[in-house]
Design a protein around this ligand. Structure first.
Ligand SMILES: [Cu+2]
Length: 236
């Protein structure tokens, strides 16, 4: 999965790697035993003399049980730990203590860049608006110039969808709300998502580091046409 934020790409790769590794052990073990220990022709089906309702504790193996409890526990703690790493980027504060500085003024630029750990830094950011409702998205560029932020419509699989065109190298902070029920902006191209809640403002960083084009989705079930609640985002 290609995102413009290597931070999330790295975590994605880690999770896929561990899923394949754990899956290979679990399913390998399952299929091996299903095949290797199946009953032979003519054999009594109850070769171990198992009784219904009686746990065969004479077959226990403490070392094995401790191993399959402790090793996955360590793995889960590790995966949780590496998932925490980018939370400060997801919820970076504005101003000098954050990753993206203060709001840009006309004529300046975010000039965003990646550090060696994959975090995006910016000199300043542009605020835009996203409003969710059943079942479409509305973008608002406020009074930003058209080369920084432009809204329109795009034809996606034969249907007209809202279009947001952003500029490569700029960083955006979306102020979001909903006018009816809870939705969620899923910007997989930026590797992030955030809920959109009626009566409440939520915020989402959108660092446009490189040219990319993707469909923004709704990631919170919101009724009949939830699956079609999409919008086109182009970074160019
Ligand atoms: Cu939805």
């Amino acid at each position: 999965m290609a995102g413009v934020t290597p931070l999330y790409d790295a975590i994605w790769d880690d999770y896929i790697l561990w899923s394949v590794f754990v899956g290979a052990i679990a399913f390998g073990w399952l299929y091996h035993h299903s095949y290797f220990y199946r009953s032979e022709d003519g054999e009594s089906p109850n070769v171990d003399n198992l009784e219904v309702g009686v746990f065969p504790k004479e077959y226990d193996n403490l070392r094995l049980e401790v191993t399959w409890t402790v090793l996955p526990f360590i793995l889960i703690v590790w995966l949780t730990y590496i998932s925490w790493a980018p939370l400060d980027a997801v919820w970076s504060q504005t101003g000098p203590d954050g990753f993206h500085g203060s709001e840009c003024v006309e004529g300046t630029s975010s000039n965003n860049w990646l550090d060696e750990n994959g975090y995006v830094h910016s000199e300043c950011y542009w605020e835009i608006g996203i409003t969710g409702q059943q079942w479409f998205w509305e973008f608002d560029c406020y009074d930003l110039s058209e080369d920084i932020c432009l809204t329109g419509y795009a034809t996606v699989e034969g249907e007209l969808k809202p279009l947001l065109t952003l500029k490569t190298g700029e960083t955006y902070l979306a102020a979001m709300t909903s006018i009816d029920v809870t939705h969620a902006v899923k910007n997989h191209g930026f590797g992030i998502m955030e809920d959109v809640v009626p009566g409440q403002d939520t915020y989402l960083w959108m660092p446009a580091v490189e040219d990319i084009s993707f469909l923004m989705l709704c990631a919170e079930y919101c009724g009949d046409n939830h699956a079609y609640m999409t919008a086109q985002i182009n970074v160019e």
